[in-house]
Ligand binder design. Structure first.
Ligand code: NDP
Length: 250
């Protein structure tokens, strides 16, 4: 079955089955996008069906491994076929993992896994959309960086990957701005999703006490910023890295 996107613009969210990904999907569905959630496990199809029922919007869930270039080629071929659209309008590079350890204990595998998902994944997906966006003279690329980009104990791999995303973002802005494409990164603080369940309770409490806004962030708050960056209102914001962290820095 082919799901025509009609006159709707197509927005792709990687890691779309996660806490922030689902919230972004809700906001973009409300904004009238045809949304594609891409994620590792087949549960993503159920998530998409649930969100379709909840919002009455147009959404598909597709399995893909962003670390695998061939998998991303297939993903975007499937998206173009299923939505009968030549060009994806919005790409949110949101898939991300942590494998925390101090540099003395960090293994090569921990370093490699995080770089492959967080940084290579963004490159692989960006490569699949750039030519279509140039042809369409429109595009929004949003990379989800992190407060850890400034450096954080136990996160050499994650911090390096998230700082790397900033370099990618700023370069895309310089190269693609003239084609009507904006490239921005957002840098969330501590957002209440599954990802932070690996932070020990006492450390999380300590962070919470130090957050000037007095609480953890909500995925919906991140999603609203992304919704704005995807809108016409944000057409002159390009090459920015926007913190959304309640005023908190490590
Ligand atoms: P989640 O762990 O809830 O979601 C991440 C999603 O990415 C998961 O569904 C995960 O699948 C998926 N994923 C992992 N590897 C791959 C892969 N190879 N290909 C495709 N999908 C994959 O995390 P959040 O929603 O909290 O995080 C979303 C983004 O926001 C991440 O980039 C994260 O680094 C960033 N961020 C989060 C913060 C927070 O405090 N929560 C703070 C700052 C930034 P699976 O579950 O199967 O592994």
């Amino acid at each position: 079955m082919t799901y025509m996107s009609g006159n709707k613009q197509v927005a792709v969210i990687t890691g779309g089955n996660g806490g922030i990904g689902k919230s972004i999907a809700r906001s973009l569905l409300r904004d009238g996008f045809f949304v594609v959630l891409a994620d590792l496990k087949d549960e993503v199809a159920d998530t998409a069906r649930d969100l379709e029922n909840e919002t009455n919007g147009n959404i598909l869930g597709m399995m893909a491994d962003v670390t695998d270039f061939t998998s991303t080629v297939e993903l975007f071929n499937n998206i173009r076929r299923e939505t009968a659209t030549e060009s994806v309008s919005v790409l949110i590079n949101n898939a991300g993992i942590t494998r925390d350890a101090t540099i003395r204990k960090m293994t090569y595998e921990q370093w490699d896994q995080v770089m492959r998902v967080n940084l290579y994944g963004a490159f692989n997906c960006t490569k699949q959309v750039v030519e279509g966006m140039i042809g369409n003279h429109f595009g929004r690329i949003i990379n989800i960086s992190s407060i850890s980009r400034y450096g954080n104990r136990g996160q050499a791999n994650y911090a390096a990957s998230k700082a790397g995303l900033v370099g990618l973002t700023l370069t895309l802005a310089r190269e693609l701005g003239k084609y009507g494409i904006t490239s921005n990164a957002i840098s969330p603080g501590i957002i209440n999703t599954e990802m932070i369940s690996t932070i020990p309770a006492e450390i999380l409490k300590d962070y919470e006490n130090k957050i000037p806004s007095g609480r953890l962030g909500k995925p919906e708050e991140v999603a609203e910023l992304i919704s704005f960056l995807c809108s016409e209102k944000a057409s002159y914001i390009n090459g920015e890295v926007i913190n959304i962290n309640g005023g908190f820095f490590f």
